[in-house]
Ligand binder design. Structure first.
Ligand SMILES: Cc1cc2nc3c(=O)[nH]c(=O)nc-3n(C[C@H](O)[C@H](O)[C@H](O)COP(=O)(O)OP(=O)(O)OC[C@H]3O[C@@H](n4cnc5c(N)ncnc54)[C@H](O)[C@@H]3O)c2cc1C
Length: 431
């Protein structure tokens, strides 16, 4: 029987030979043992929200979606122990009902916890890190079928490297993560001139808890989002106006413009001038409802982390490149930032980082645009998001991560035969 796997964006697909849907940790052990005995490689899959083939299963696919329970919660110390296949939106609802919250999130919550952690998923906010820096410990089934527990006290080296594992070290069955008391955010979304945003970028990210902006190609405008922690009670915009803003404008109308733009790219610059008209929106809501929103328009994405001081220069180069090549780009370019962490394969390891993300509507050819952007960002020592499209290989990546070799050594010890490898890992890790 053939099985099909495909990712959310639809640009990666495969027909794994075998499928396992573990419901317990022991089921994971059994599946890994079964696979190794019959010489199959194993790939754990989350929600398929990576654009790269990082989670592409070729031989045995481990669908982790049934390992999704909260095991233990310690509100006093702000720690939750949870199975790795839980979807972030479910975890957020559970935490909210206990007066707790993740300290930071990306802009959607469809991902599984393990998927998000494994690719160094992040949101924005200089005072916060990417999600993986909140990991206090995890349990993992390794290639021998053994279960190991990793934390700052046990298997420290595996813990150090395995917080962002790319799925290359073993199958993670549960995490202990740091959570914080539930908090509200005061959100202000408004258009600004891109020249002002770029010249004030360092102040904007210092003066706001969570700041990001979207430059609209072919215009002088950026849409900015400044979210600050507040004690004010939640006062979300009325359901109808949220529906108009988030679903109709950001998804349905935008999707329609993208579809027209795919057929008639020359119209894109004219449509682009409509986007800043979204105007100013201000509200207070629970943090996870502010951080994330629905994404109904499908796209392809590439994102690089660079140092914060390079954002203005890098963005200017990208703007010039778009003009010189006469590219027609219907999706805004997103810019975020986070604090530094110490995780070997985290995109913000050892440096405060800014992130520049470029997108292309599903079905459009992205190669020329993404390659040209990559060429620019590589000159700024850019590190690609592991779950988003890029063209780099292990030789280039090893010089961007000071502890790349440390990760490779842990991998060599835990998975010498490459039970958990696939084409993507061969490209970025060398085997
Ligand atoms: C619409 C959209 C919005 C996004 N927004 C953001 C954003 O704001 N910020 C950001 O940083 N990224 C963002 N991403 C990227 C996304 O967060 C990552 O690609 C993430 O890895 C997807 O999680 P997933 O559950 O779909 O995992 P998958 O893509 O299915 O898997 C990712 C990796 O995790 C591994 N894995 C999964 N489960 C396990 C396990 N139990 N044990 C070991 N390894 C495992 C897989 O093998 C694979 O290597 C976005 C993606 C999309 C499509």
């Amino acid at each position: 029987m053939t099985r099909k796997w495909r990712n959310w964006a639809g640009n990666q697909h495969s027909r794994p030979i075998a499928l396992a849907r573990p419901k317990t940790e022991q089921d994971v052990v059994d599946a890994v043992r079964r696979a190794t005995q019959s010489g199959m490689r194993v790939k754990a899959t989350g929600s398929g929200h990576s654009f790269t083939d990082i989670s592409k299963p070729d031989e045995m696919m481990l669908d982790m979606s049934s390992l999704n329970a909260v095991i233990e919660i310690d509100p006093v110390n702000g720690v939750v122990r949870v199975q790795s296949g839980i979807v972030l939106s479910e975890l957020n609802m559970y935490l909210e009902s206990h007066g707790l919250s993740m300290p930071n999130l990306g802009d959607v919550t469809y991902q599984t916890l393990a998927g998000a952690m494994s690719t160094s998923t992040h949101g924005t906010g200089l005072l916060r890190t990417g999600l993986a820096a909140q990991i206090l410990g995890f349990k993992m089934v390794v290639a021998t079928g053994e279960i190991i527990t990793c934390s700052t006290e046990e298997n420290q080296e595996v813990f150090h490297c395995g917080r962002v594992s790319l799925g290359a070290l073993g199958i993670i069955t549960e995490y202990s993560i740091r959570v914080v008391p539930l908090f509200n955010l005061h959100a202000v979304e408004r258009p600004m001139l891109i020249s002002d945003v770029v010249s004030q970028f360092e102040q904007l990210i210092k003066n706001n808890d969570f700041f990001e902006f979207y430059w609209i190609p072919h215009t002088k405008w950026a849409l900015t989002k400044a979210n600050n922690v507040t004690n004010l009670p939640a006062d979300p915009p009325a359901r109808f106006s949220t529906w108009i803003h988030k679903i109709v404008l950001e998804n349905i109308a935008f999707g329609m413009l993208c579809r027209i733009g795919r057929v008639a790219p020359s119209l894109i610059p004219r449509f682009a001038t409509l986007l800043p008209g979204a105007g100013r929106v201000e509200f207070v809501n629970v943090s996870h409802r502010v951080f994330s929103s629905k994404r109904l328009v499908k796209f392809y994405e590439m994102e690089y982390s660079i140092s914060i001081s390079a954002v203005g220069r890098a963005l200017n180069e990208i703007m010039q490149m778009i003009e010189q090549r006469d590219l027609k780009i219907s999706f805004p370019i997103e810019v975020r930032s986070t604090g530094a962490d110490d995780i070997p394969l985290s995109t913000s390891t050892g440096r405060e980082s800014a992130y520049i993300a470029v997108h292309m509507y599903q079905g459009c050819d992205y190669d020329e645009y993404f390659k040209a952007v990559e060429e620019i960002l590589v000159r700024y020592e850019g590190r690609p998001h592991w779950g988003k499209l890029h063209y780099m290989d292990g030789t280039q990546l090893s010089s961007l991560y000071p502890e790349y070799q440390r990760f490779i050594e842990v991998r060599n010890q835990l998975d010498p035969e490459g039970v958990f490898t696939n084409d993507y890992l061969r490209r970025v890790l060398g085997r």
